[in-house]
Design a protein around this ligand. Structure first.
Ligand code: GLU
Length: 310
């Protein structure tokens, strides 16, 4: 796995950022394949970042197993894998930079209090700003939040199109450091995408609603904004998202081609014929890849998961 090419570095640097909370399932495979194909079709670099910040949810051995599965699927990364558990000093520095601008504050609210007081938003209760003017007497700081603004954030997603969201109205001031001391995903992802010089993010549509929070942090920290593409989520036969924590069936690393063909069809791409190995699959697939063919939808149902004969 070679070094960074400066010519490519400016053009396209993509990434796949799994959380090691279980083996790679089909929905994650889709995100890995889409980000890989898009990077390679653009002559870009493709990196892997292990998002192992949430130690309590981590499953022992999952990170190694995910990497083995990616290899089995011919998904080869270009630089050493980054592990978020080693990056706490960088997240702390970013938190400090936000604090120096007066953009953060300690919050003493418990989850139960926020559920009781906050309006319900698409991603849970909206923080009502209880601690934004200081902790009430006797209250102990638990988490650290960032001050958000009412003004809408805009971005154009390469798949889902124009997006507008006021972070204040949809989530409110969000957590940057959790009560257990762990830095929040929203902060870590922004710091690491910038550190790894990611230019293009291709990931699941469950994170479309997080993107305005990430852009807000990028702007506050003076970091570049990557371009975003959110692929549809794959739902199971009961209309639920396939996710690792629901212990969905892991993809079979000993027989990758059937899942690769199914994933490729889910991504709206034309069939790849006559490929006897993942390497041969990619050789043809990358030439054919067009991100415009991905269905402009937030989710796709199980009918697309039917076996594909090759
Ligand atoms: N670690 C996240 C996940 O596995 C993905 C984060 C991202 O792609 O920004 O869902």
């Amino acid at each position: 796995m070679g070094g960074r090419s400066p010519a490519v570095a400016r053009v396209y640097r993509g990434r796949f950022a799994p959380s090691p909370t279980g083996p790679l399932h089909f929905g994650s495979l889709l995100a890995a394949m889409a980000s890989f194909a898009d990077a390679r079709a653009c002559g870009g670099a493709w990196l892997v970042r292990m998002e192992d910040l949430d130690r309590p949810r981590e499953v022992a051995g999952a990170a190694e197993r995910i990497l083995d599965t990616l290899r089995a699927f011919g998904l080869e990364w270009d630089e050493p894998v980054i592990y978020q558990r080693e990056r706490a000093p960088a997240y702390a520095a970013a938190l400090q930079a936000l604090d120096a601008q007066g953009l953060t504050y300690p919050c003493g609210c418990s989850r139960a209090e926020i559920v009781r007081l906050g309006r319900m938003g698409a991603e849970g209760p909206i923080y009502p700003g209880t601690c934004s003017q200081g902790l009430a007497p006797g209250m102990r700081a638990r988490s650290i939040r960032v001050r958000t603004r009412a003004q809408p954030m805009h971005f154009t997603d390469r798949i889902q199109g124009e997006q507008t969201q006021s972070v204040e109205d949809s989530t409110g001031d969000f957590v940057l450091r959790r009560a257990d001391g762990i830095h929040a995903y929203q902060l870590a992802v922004v710091v690491d995408d910038a550190w790894q010089e990611i230019t293009h993010v291709v990931r699941g549509a469950d994170l479309l609603g997080s993107t305005p929070r990430q852009i807000l942090l990028q702007r506050a920290l003076g970091l570049p904004e990557p371009s975003y593409a959110h692929i549809p989520l794959v739902l199971d036969d009961r209309g639920r998202k396939l996710s690792k924590s629901l212990a969905s069936a892991p993809v079979d690393a000993s027989d990758p081609l059937p899942a690769m063909h199914r994933a490729w069809a889910c991504l709206g791409q034309p069939p790849v014929t006559g490929a006897g190995s993942p390497a041969a699959f990619w050789k043809r697939a990358i030439e054919e890849w067009r991100i415009e063919r991905i269905p402009r939808r937030m989710s796709i149902g199980p009918q697309r998961l039917a076996p594909v004969d090759r």
